[in-house]
Design a protein around this ligand. Structure first.
Ligand code: PGA
Length: 257
């Protein structure tokens, strides 16, 4: 795992391909990102489906582009049909998305299971990309702050991992084509950063991303905000030129302390 100077937060763009891409598409997209971006001032992380991880790892080997998975189970091995262990993932990638809203809503993951997964990922030496975010109902009721704090605190109850990325993804903005207002994202990111500082006062390198309908046109607004360090990108990460533009915009922003 590569480490970052503790005082600086380098921009990050993470791609969540979700359950998309054939093997050929996955390899072509990864090759395109490898060739069409530079990692000079931005950390680029691709999260393909499990089945293509090894293939994409081959394409990205020796390049500036990092690799992550979209999910994991918390046990190291055993009779857990269909699940993927943190130890298996640690052999092939460096990052893993934990607690994505689709895992929470479609597959019933609770704050408790997210906490187990986060701890297991960290114990295996994977850097978790922890997703938090309120749904439309909670947003309307003005509960965003309470919800993201509860999700963050529960997920990190057994400690803050050595390397951690937090993604604020308001559920009502995911896949809609309409991102959250930058002011809202900044408010929540500032709150998350304050919570993280309280949990781990000696370190500040936790990077906070915004996710939810990020495009090349909108990413600049988010990365310019004082408490946001990049983006977690779904739909737009499947389009090579769009994604490369997002990486370019992010790279134009200086690392912050
Ligand atoms: P989206 O997805 O960019 O397609 O809204 C983001 C995510 O779910 O991580």
């Amino acid at each position: 795992m590569h480490s970052h100077p503790s005082s600086l937060r380098r921009p990050v763009v993470a791609a969540n391909w979700k359950m998309n891409t054939s093997r050929t598409q996955a390899e072509a997209l990864a090759r395109g990102v490898r060739e069409g971006t530079t990692g000079d001032s931005v950390d680029i992380i691709l999260c393909p489906p499990f089945v293509w991880l090894d293939r994409v790892a081959g394409v990205l080997a020796g390049s500036h582009v990092r690799l992550g998975a979209q999910n994991l189970f918390w046990k190291e091995a055993g009779a857990y049909t269909g699940e993927v262990s943190p130890l298996q993932l640690a052999e092939v990638c460096e990052y893993v998305i934990v607690g994505h809203s689709e895992r929470r809503t479609v597959f019933g993951e609770s704050d408790e299971t997210v906490a187990l997964k986060l701890a297991a990922a960290a114990a295996a030496g994977l850097a978790p990309i922890l997703c938090v975010g309120e749904n439309a109902h909670e947003h309307q009721r003005g509960e965003a702050r309470a919800v993201v704090c509860r999700q963050l605190v529960t997920a990190l109850r057994s400690g803050v991992p050595q390397e951690l990325i937090v993604a604020y993804e308001p559920v009502w903005a995911i896949g809609t084509g309409v991102p959250a207002a930058p002011e809202h994202a900044q408010q929540i990111a500032a709150l998350l950063r304050a919570e993280l500082r309280e949990m781990k006062p000696d370190r500040e390198e936790v990077r906070i991303l915004y996710g939810g309908s990020v495009s090349a046109a909108s990413v600049g607004e988010f990365i310019a905000l004082p408490d946001l360090d990049g983006a977690l990108v779904g739909g737009a990460s499947l389009k090579l030129r769009e994604f490369a533009s997002i990486c370019e915009v992010a790279a134009a922003h200086e690392a912050r302390g």
